[in-house]
Ligand binder design. Sequence first.
Ligand SMILES: [Ca+2]
Length: 393
Amino acid sequence: MSQLRDPSGPFPRVLAIVTIALVALYFAQCSLFESGNPFGPEYETSNFIETLGFGVFSGSGPAPAVPDQASWDLKYRYSADWDDHDYVTLEPVADAGYDTAGGAGYTEPLPAGLDAASPVYRLELVNLIQDGSFETGLGPGFSSVGPVTYGITSSSPLNGLQSLALSSTGGTITWTPAMVGYPATAGHPYRIEFRYPQSGSTVEMQVKISSDPVAYKPDNSTGHFGAAFLPDVTSEALTLTFEPVTPVSGFTPVNIDDITMCSRSYATVRLLLGRNDTVPVLESGVYSFSVWARVDYDASATEPRYHLDRFTVSMSGTEYSTLAAASSTYVYSAATPGWRRFTARLSGNVLQYTIPELTPDVPVLSLDIDLQNSRPGSVLLAAPELRFHPNGL
Ligand SMILES: [Ca+2]
C-alpha cells in the first residue's frame, strides 16, 4: 500500500468545498450591497400603500376561498354567518367640491400633511331600520295592548326636532318597523339601539325583541339602549315591545329617539398585506398606519344618514406574524368637523414574520378600521398611509 497521499483524496476535496463556500459568500455579499441597503432612503420617505388607496376595494359580494389581499376588504365576508349583504360600505364621494380632501365644499383650512388632491371616500355602517328618527312623524307598524300613550313629540327631542314619547299605566306598545333593503337572516347577529334620556328619570321601562323572552332595559346612566337581535328564521319580523318592568306598575312618560339596527359582527375594513404587496418591500420593523377622517357633510343627526359616532384604527398580525400596536379612535364631534388624522403605531413588539418557503406571498400585516363598537352612520376618509420607522417611533 502506498504511503503517498492520493491528490484526489479527502483533504483537497474539503479545501475545494471551503473555497467554493467562501467564493459564494463573497458574491452573496456583493449581491447584497449591489441590491441596495434594505433600509435605504426609500424606507424613510415612502407611503408603503401609495398605490393601495381606498379605491382598491373588494369588500362586496361573495367571499373568495382565499381572503383577498392587497385590496381593502370586509372581515365579515369570511365569517360563517355572513349572508352576502353589504352591511358596511366604502365608496368614493362623487359630489363636486367634496370629492377631494381640499375640495371647495370643505371650508376648514387643509391640515399640513394632507394632500388636497386625495380622493375622499364615505365609510358607512348601514342602518337597516326605517322611520327610527321620528323626524317625519310616526311610521307604520305601531300597536298597543292595554292603557298606554304613544306619539311624536317635539318637546325635548334627543336628536333632531322630534322623538317618540311613550307612557304606560299597565299596557304595552309594540313597533314592527319597516326595514331598509335587507331581510333579517336566521342566525345572523344584529344590533338594536336607541337613545334615551341620559339623566334618567325613575321610569321603569323595558324592551322585548321579537320572540326573544328576555327583557332588556335601557341604561339611564348612559342614555343608551343596546341589545342583540338573533332571528330564528330568515325574514323574521323585528318587533320591539315596550313594557313596564312590573306589568301592573306602568312607566312615566319617556322620550326615545334614533332606533337603529345594524350588523357589526366582524365589521372591520381591512387591508391584508404580504411582504411583496408594498413598495418598498415590507421588512420586519416598526410601522405606523394612519387615516384622515372628517364629519360627513351629507350626514346629520337624523335619517336617512346618521353621523358615525366612532371607529378605531389599528394594526394586527396574521398567522405568519406577530406585533403589538396601539390603536387610535375617531369620535364624532360637531365642534371639530374638519379633517383629523388617526394613527395606529406599533408598540413593544415590532412586526416580525416567518413566511413559508413555498408560498412567500402570504399576508403578514393587517391594517384595520374597526366598526365593531359603532352605531350606524357615515364618516369621510382619505389618504391611508403606512410608514416605516427604521429608528423606531
Ligand atoms: Ca329625532
